[in-house]
Ligand binder design. Structure first.
Ligand SMILES: [Fe+2]
Length: 160
C-alpha cells in the first residue's frame, strides 16, 4: 500500500495521465504478487540469501507476470509487474531490459519499491533514515534507476 501511494504520487509528478497513474497504482499494489510462489523460509530469512536462494527469490517478478497474464484485461499490469526488477542500465532481471525498453510505469514502481524497502525494517535489513534512502536513490539515478523517475520521487510530497 505504501509503495502504491508513493508510486501514484510519483506518476503525477512524472507527468503521466490520470489513467496511467491509476495503472501505476494498481501495478504497485500487485508488484510482488509472484512472491506467493516463493518459499517462506526465503522470504523471511534474516540476512543475505545464498546464490541458490537468490535464484528462487528472483523468480517472483516473472511469476507475477505469468499469474497476471491469466487475468482478463490485466496484460499491461502483467508487463509492469514483470519489469519491476529491471534496471535502467540493463543490469536487472528477469530480461536485462534497459532504458526505453522498460515501461515508464515500471520505472516508477521500481524506484518507489526500492525507496520504501530502504525506509522500512525488512528481514534482511534494518531501516535507514529517509535522508539516507533519498541519497542512495540519487546515487543510483541514471544507472540503476531512470533519472526522471528519481526526479519524480524527489518532487513527490505528502507520501506516507
Ligand atoms: Fe519485487
Amino acid at each position: 500500500m505504501r509503495v502504491a501511494l508513493l508510486a501514484s504520487s510519483m506518476a503525477f509528478c512524472f507527468g503521466l495521465s490520470r489513467e496511467e497513474s491509476a495503472i501505476v497504482r494498481s501495478a504497485a499494489l500487485l508488484h510482488d504478487l509472484g512472491k506467493i510462489e516463493t518459499p517462506l523460509t526465503i522470504l523471511e530469512k534474516p540476512g543475505p540469501l545464498q546464490p541458490a536462494e537468490r535464484v528462487l527469490m528472483d523468480r517472483h517478478a516473472a511469476a507475477g507476470e505469468r499469474l497476471l497474464q491469466d487475468v482478463p484485461a490485466c496484460e499491461r499490469l502483467a508487463l509492469i509487474v514483470g519489469q519491476h526488477h529491471e534496471r535502467f542500465d540493463g543490469s536487472g532481471y528477469p530480461r536485462g531490459l534497459a532504458g526505453a525498453a522498460i515501461d515508464p510505469a515500471a520505472r516508477i514502481v521500481t524506484v518507489a519499491d526500492a525507496f520504501v524497502a530502504m525506509i522500512e525494517d525488512r528481514p534482511y535489513s534494518q531501516r535507514r533514515s529517509r535522508v539516507d534512502a533519498l541519497a542512495e536513490v540519487r546515487r543510483c539515478s541514471g544507472t540503476q534507476f531512470d533519472a526522471a523517475a528519481v526526479a519524480a520521487l524527489f518532487a513527490s510530497e505528502g507520501y506516507p
